[in-house]
Structures are given as structure tokens and as C-alpha cells.
Write a protein that binds this ligand. Structure first.
Ligand SMILES: *Cc1c(COP(=O)(O)O)cnc(C)c1O
Length: 422
């Protein structure tokens, strides 16, 4: 027995049959993994090229105090983000507390009373339901007289282009696209799909603002939504683009006039982007961005391995191991609540932090069933780090994502499956 197998089986609690299954799966995935390398390499050069063109220097890792006027680190970070995403301007700040906040700033900054927002990818991410007022909530867009409409996916899972055309009306100010499948059993939108939506909407009315929720999508493909005509887009720094190193924050990139309007909601009208401290976070944000193409690629490899191993055990997965991906999430349909709990306990036991605690289902606010979450991350709540979560209800789907290194994702899957088979 070689030393790696010995460590995994005798010290780290991996069942030998699971290790064998994993090695088999890996062998069969070589071609899939090879394809990812091209994307990763291209994105690494793309990031490097922008950092060089923007003349990033170590003085940009310093920060100011008080109002934060002329914070050159903040300005450089935003210049790099804008250029990287082929956008005119950007807001990248630690005072954006999460992805929801970044997205919500875009909505509140751009929409006015009597405007309508049209989501063309079904219901948006859970937390946005309260921002928009789909679920009753204080301070929602609905309270300000902004209405909401939605186009669902067709039965075969594709985008309902005719439905989009039908539902655009004279009050439609914004079309909203969620790139990632999030927590639904559907395909994520490819950049090509997003381009089709953009072209269609602009052909109906070129003044409609097209916004994309890019959470979990960054660096999966060689292009990003703003490179195919999306006007404004936002995401979280503790997901893909922070590369596991950003301590907190969110980003918004897009057309200059739109970013300006949003900046007046970020701080206050008249002040906009000119103020606001970075608290010494620019180094982590930019080093994380530098690492992101590689980290994201390894997380995707982990997701593909997870899909493949469960396929070999005859479970249903979404997406399948050989299907195109546009985010880092892997869904597995398990057989019972017990299997969900076991898998999540395995993921937790595979973590570098808090590996000794055991996750339990609990009644999380905002959910209609108990939820279990497994993660032992260096950054609280970071989902570019390895994590798994699931509502405890049929169809018993568990959501697996992240891993700063491929080996860690792989270890997590093996540990999770070992726990199920116990
Ligand atoms: C994570 C995520 C968000 C925002 O979530 P936060 O936890 O607030 O960062 C929004 N949309 C999608 C698709 C996401 O994955």
C-alpha cells in the first residue's frame, strides 16, 4: 500500500472501496479535466494582463482614513475590476456586505417608482425575494411602487424567448438574469445563452437595462456577461472572484452612468464613489482575484468528480459529469434525509477548520423546512471554500460547492460517500 492510500484509509477515515471508486472516476475524467485547463490558463493570463496594464504597484495595498478621498488602492482595485470585465466602471468594496447587498444596490440604485423589473430566469435567488418584495418585507422595492414580473423556464429547461417578448411592456426598465442555477434543478446559463437574451431584449427596446446576478459564475468560461452586452452585473467577493483570500465584500461592474447611479445609493447622492475606506483589504482582494482562475477551476474539477462518483453509484446528479457548466454548484439527489445528514457530516469532517463539530439540521429563518449546512471555512460563510447544504425534504437534493484546492474537494466527496456507506 502506498503512503497516500495508507494516510487516507488508516488516518483520515476513507473507506477503501470509496478510494477505489474515486481513482476509477478520476481516470475516466481526464478528458473533462483537460478541457478545464484551457479556460483556467486563459483566465490567468487575462487577469495578469489587466493587472500589468493598470500598473498595479505595492503602494495600492495601503489605505487612507476618514472620508477616504483619493484612496489610490480603492481606485486601482475598481479600475482593475472594470477592465477585467470589459466594463466602463466598477464598485468593489468591503462595505458591500455580501452578494445580496451588491445586487440589491443595483436594483435600488437604478429603479424608480412605476418601473418594472422582469426576471427572465424564473424566480431569483431566495434573498432577493425580499429585496424585490416577492415575499412581503419591509423596505422592499414593492413599497416604492416598483413592480415585478417573471418569465419561467420552459418545460424542457430552456429559456422562454417568446415569453420574454410577450412580457416586456412600456414600464419594463430592467431585465434580470440569474446566471447560476442557484438552488434549483436546472442548467446554468452559458455566456452564449446570456448573449441571446441580450440580443433579443435590445432588439425589442434598446433602453432596457440588462442586469445579471453573476454569483458563482466568474471564471467558469473565458467570457463574462458584461463582455456580451449585459449592462450591469454584481457578485460576492467571498465566492469565485475573491479566490478564497478576500475577507469580505462585493463587486458591481457595468456602464459608467449606471455605476454612478448605484454609487449614490452606496453612499449618498452627490458623494457616490468618492468616499469610503477599504480598511487594508485591497491586497487580499487583488491577490484573491489573481488566484481566482485557478481556484475556480479546481472547484469545478471537484464538482465534476462529485458528479462522476455519484453517477457510478447510480444517483441522479445535476449537471452530469460530462455536461457544460456555468457555475461551481453540483446537485446530487440522495435517497433519504439520513443520506443528506451523512453526506454533510462527511463534508464537515473533511474541513480544515471545525472538522470535529457535527452539523445538525435546524429551522433556519426564511426556509419552510429544516436545513443542514456543512462548512469549515477560513472565511465565515465563504462558499468558494468547500461546503455542502440541503433542505431536509424531498427530493433530498444536496448542494455541493467549492474547494480551494482540488484535493480538498476530492477528499470531501470521498469522506461524504464513506459516511453514507457506513
Ligand atoms: C450567493 C448568491 C447570491 C447572494 O448571496 P449572499 O449570500 O448574499 O452573498 C445571489 N445569487 C446567487 C445565484 C448566489 O449564488
Amino acid at each position: 500500500m502506498n503512503f497516500k492510500r495508507d494516510l487516507l484509509i488508516n488516518n483520515l477515515g476513507i473507506k477503501e472501496e470509496v478510494l477505489n471508486l474515486c481513482e476509477e472516476a478520476e481516470k475516466e475524467l481526464q478528458e473533462e479535466f483537460e478541457k478545464l485547463k484551457e479556460v483556467r490558463e486563459y483566465n490567468q493570463y487575462k487577469v495578469l494582463n489587466v493587472m500589468q496594464e493598470c500598473r498595479l504597484s505595492d503602494t495600492h495595498f495601503n489605505w487612507t482614513t476618514g472620508y477616504g478621498y483619493n484612496d489610490i488602492g480603492r481606485e486601482k482595485t475598481e479600475e482593475i475590476y472594470a477592465k477585467l470585465f470589459n466594463a466602463e466602471d466598477a464598485i468593489v468594496r468591503p462595505i458591500i456586505v455580501n452578494g445580496t447587498h451588491a445586487l440589491s444596490l443595483c436594483l435600488t440604485g437604478l429603479l424608480r417608482p412605476n418601473d418594472e423589473i422582469l426576471s427572465v430566469t424564473g424566480k431569483p435567488y431566495d434573498t432577493l425575494e425580499e429585496t424585490i418584495g416577492i415575499r412581503e418585507s419591509k423596505g422592499s422595492l414593492k413599497e416604492f411602487g416598483i413592480t415585478y414580473n417573471q418569465v419561467d423556464f420552459l418545460e424542457n429547461g430552456s429559456i422562454d424567448y417568446d415569453g420574454i417578448k410577450e412580457k416586456i411592456n412600456e414600464r419594463t426598465k430592467m431585465v434580470f438574469i440569474q446566471r447560476s442555477k442557484g438552488y434549483s434543478w436546472r442548467d446554468s446559463l452559458s455566456i452564449e445563452d446570456i448573449k441571446k437574451v441580450v440580443d433579443l431584449v435590445k432588439s425589442v427596446n434598446e433602453n432596457i437595462i440588462i442586469m445579471t446576478d453573476n454569483c458563482y459564475g466568474e471564471f467558469i468560461e473565458t467570457k463574462e456577461p458584461t463582455e456580451v452586452g449585459v449592462d450591469i452585473m454584481a457578485g460576492s467577493l467571498i465566492k469565485n472572484p475573491g479566490g478564497g483570500l478576500a475577507l469580505t465584500g462585493g463587486y458591481i461592474v457595468g456602464k459608467k452612468e449606471l455605476v454612478e447611479l448605484i454609487s449614490y445609493r452606496l453612499t449618498s447622492p452627490g458623494i457616490g464613489k468618492e468616499c469610503g475606506l477599504t480598511f487594508g483589504t485591497t491586497r487580499n482582494v487583488l491577490q484573491g482575484l489573481f488566484m481566482a482562475p485557478s481556484v475556480v477551476s479546481q472547484a469545478v474539477m471537484g464538482a465534476i468528480l462529485c458528479a462522476k462518483m455519484f453517477e457510478k453509484l447510480d444517483y441522479e446528479v445535476c449537471p452530469k459529469s460530462n455536461e457544460r457548466r456555468s457555475d461551481i454548484i453540483q446537485i446530487v439527489k440522495l435517497n433519504s434525509a439520513q443520506e443528506i445528514i451523512d453526506f454533510c457530516k462527511g463534508i464537515q469532517a473533511a474541513a480544515p477548520v471545525d472538522s470535529y463539530v457535527s452539523p445538525e439540521p435546524w429551522a433556519m429563518p426564511g426556509y419552510d423546512s429544516d436545513v443542514i449546512m456543512a462548512a469549515g471555512a477560513f472565511i465565515q460563510g465563504s462558499s468558494i471554500e468547500l461546503s455542502a447544504d440541503a433542505p431536509i425534504k424531498e427530493p433530498y437534493c444536496v448542494y455541493f460547492q467549492g474547494g480551494l484546492t482540488y484535493e480538498h474537494s476530492k477528499f470531501g466527496v470521498m469522506k461524504g460517500i464513506s459516511q453514507i456507506l457506513k
